[in-house]
Design a protein around this ligand. Structure first.
Ligand code: PGA
Length: 249
């Protein structure tokens, strides 16, 4: 089954406002007319400015997190209502930096996933094992646990708006990439697990991105794997010169 290639940039806590606007406008010009699916995950404070730049383009605007609840007394939180107000279409959730630096639990991630989907947004759900899990032979179990916990209560219909990003934590920002074969093995497992949680149709249609030190030099081999449908790119997404070639793979 032919799935669209989906290349996403996760800018994390980087760029100034001027750099964000410049990067977004460079990407709008460079990706114009290209048919793959593209997304950029922009820091909250620059979403408004970047939204004006990507409006009407083929680039999906994403936030890097959202609150699990509706507007109200939640100091420091950013709601899905606010994000939608700015033209945001997608939210990256469950990123390992939020799981392991901030301490987000799967229970909280699940609340955010359901909140975003119930509000009509797309979700890019990140999963992946720590080095210790991999060394103990537990990579698949960790991914299976995260998938079942984070997707609890998500309907088959809502799964059309869910992308999974498999990001082995030991490969993020470290320059270490999983070999295409190792990555493919987990992607295949994840697809099979989605088939168990839902059905084969949902599994065949779900886009599964790889993330972790992806760059133009290793992207072609990774993207050539049958179950790797795209990438969630951190470091290499911060410059048009390094991100666009991945989008063109
Ligand atoms: P990286 O980050 O490409 O810098 O490894 C990927 C990610 O965390 O999404």
């Amino acid at each position: 089954m032919a799935r669209t290639h989906y290349i996403a940039g996760n800018w994390k806590m980087n760029t100034s406002k001027a750099e964000a606007v410049k990067l977004a406008s460079d990407l709008v010009s460079a990706l114009k007319g290209k048919t793959n699916k593209f997304m950029i995950g922009v820091p909250f404070v620059y979403l408004d400015a970047v939204s004006q730049v990507v409006k009407g383009s083929n680039i999906i605007l994403a936030a890097q997190d959202c609150a699990a609840t509706a507007n109200g007394a939640h100091t420091g939180e950013v709601s899905t209502e606010m994000l939608k107000d700015l033209g945001v279409q997608c939210v990256i959730l469950g990123h390992s930096e939020r799981r392991h630096e901030i301490g987000e639990s799967d229970e909280l991630i699940n609340k955010k996933v359901r909140r975003a989907l119930n509000e009509g947004l797309e979700v890019d759900l990140c999963i992946g094992e720590l080095l210790a899990d991999r060394e103990a032979g537990n990579a698949e179990q960790v991914c299976a646990f995260q998938l079942s916990a984070d997707l609890a209560g998500v309907t088959e219909e809502q799964m059309k708006r869910v992308t999974i990003a498999y990001e082995p934590v030991w490969a993020i920002g470290t320059g270490k990439t999983a070999t295409p074969e190792d990555a493919e093995a987990i992607h295949k497992f994840v697809r099979g697990y989605i088939a168990k949680l839902y059905n084969q149709k949902v599994a065949d249609e779900v886009i599964i991105q790889y993330g972790g030190s992806m760059k133009a030099s290793n992207a072609p081999e990774l993207l050539a794997q049958p179950d790797i449908d795209g990438g969630l790119i951190g470091g290499a997404s911060l410059k048009a010169e390094t991100f666009v070639p991945i989008c063109e793979c």
